[in-house]
Write a protein that binds this ligand. Structure first.
Ligand SMILES: C[S@@+](CC[C@H](N)C(=O)[O-])C[C@H]1O[C@@H](n2cnc3c(N)ncnc32)[C@H](O)[C@@H]1O
Length: 268
């Protein structure tokens, strides 16, 4: 965990917020500090799904002090009447699920460095929103999903073992990062078959291939994008001159792994 100076931490900005109301859990603050540290002093674009009273958008302006655009999306039309204390903030009224939202967003800001989903928290919405909006993520950007505790609850379309709960969807992204090691003919449509994702769009496939890491916390998941397409494991390096225990077939340089296909593996 990152330990920032007290007056740089998100907790500080939340505790000193004195205009529009925000509503976030304390456990999230140090996670944001850690996951977005590399973006703090950059001219970023941030999008938060779920505006409600608008306080979090004001906090993001202060927290990311050099940000260019802080955009909030809410399905509730009354959010368009909120007065903000910073002109970088814009509110778009729309359903995070709708395909038209992406177009509306792109008219205001085409790409984002931080996307936060603090919207309906229903599994279907969270997954649909992610597969659409991840397409707008910049290299090295971070997509954060809040309140994943809802993914365990029935009235949010969740359950611990429900294959298409939002948290079970995000767990599968671990397999996406490791797709180069599957050694079978399967693809992402196969991987996500129980999540109800079929015929995944080319743009979504491309964006999924740019995921660099996934971090899970209590009720939160952070998906970080890479700076390149497809982060491969790279070459294997076996260096040194003395192999006392295992004598690999190497000449002190790079070696390739055994090419064992998994077609006969019933679990593959
Ligand atoms: C938990 S509140 C947001 C709190 C705010 N982010 C904060 O930190 O103070 C959730 C908001 O999401 C909005 N919402 C619910 N479903 C949505 C959807 N499908 N698309 C966009 N916004 C949605 C609700 O109207 C509500 O204002």
């Amino acid at each position: 965990m990152t330990h920032l100076l007290k007056d740089r931490s998100l907790k500080y900005f939340v505790e000193t917020q004195n205009n529009n109301v925000l509503d976030k859990w304390e456990g999230y603050f140090s996670i944001y500090d850690c996951e977005t540290e590399h973006l703090r002093n950059k001219p970023i674009n941030l999008l938060e799904i779920g505006v409600q009273n608008g306080g979090s958008l004001e906090v993001w302006c202060k927290y990311f002090s050099k940000s260019k655009n802080i955009i909030g999306v809410d399905i509730d039309p009354s959010c368009s009447g909120i007065s903000f204390n910073d002109e970088r903030i814009k509110v778009i009224i729309g359903d995070s699920n709708s395909t038209s939202l992406k177009e509306k967003l792109q008219n205001v800001c085409p790409h984002f460095d931080v996307i936060i989903d603090d919207g309906s928290h229903k599994s279907y919405d969270v997954i649909k929103t992610f597969t659409e909006l991840i397409q707008l993520m910049n290299s090295n950007g971070v997509y954060i999903i809040e309140d994943l505790h809802c993914s365990y609850w029935q009235n949010f379309q969740g359950g611990v073992e429900k294959p298409d709960s939002s948290i079970n969807f995000f767990k599968k992204l671990v397999d996406v990062i490791n797709i180069e090691h599957w050694r079978n003919e399967k693809d992402l449509n196969w991987l996500f078959r129980d999540v109800g994702l079929v015929n995944i769009k080319r743009e979504t496939m491309e964006a999924l291939s740019r995921i660099n890491s996934i971090s899970f916390y209590n009720s939160m998941c952070s998906v970080k994008m890479s700076d390149n397409k497809y982060q491969t494991i790279g070459k294997r390096f076996v260096k040194g001159n003395v192999a006392t225990i295992v004598k690999n077939d190497f000449d002190g340089g790079e070696i390739s792994d055994v090419d064992e296909q998994q077609d006969l593996n019933p679990f593959s």
